[in-house]
Design a protein around this ligand. Sequence first.
Ligand SMILES: [Zn+2]
Length: 138
Amino acid sequence: MASKPRRFTFHGLRVLHYPTARNIVEEFWSQEGLQWSQKRRFYDGRGWTKADSGREMLAWVRRKGRWGFVRDKHELHIWLRRNHNFADTVVLLAHEYGHLMGPWHRNPEREESKAGQYESVAYSAIVLARRLDTKRRG
Ligand SMILES: [Zn+2]
């Protein structure tokens, strides 16, 4: 039995926070109108995956430890592994916010690249902020 995501609204954005990787991948798969065993290619940020079934995508999402997707520019679906840290959360949210920022590219590689830039900026900011904090303390 699938657990329901925690739902809340944040600045007009509907947020659905899933308790497990399986929950979010199953939701994504069903929204795409796919059967669990069906194969679908998707862009993982580094390139196109070989055709993956729902089960294979779930294994990939679990290895990654975080994953999300956006719907209709006002709905954010996210999952983070239980032992995630603050950087995991910020990087995931920055990536998904990147998708919500215009312009929306029809080409998935360009769209992922745009979101990846937001993710990359967030990651650099976290690393630099930690370094500044360390220097200040030291
Ligand atoms: Zn993305």
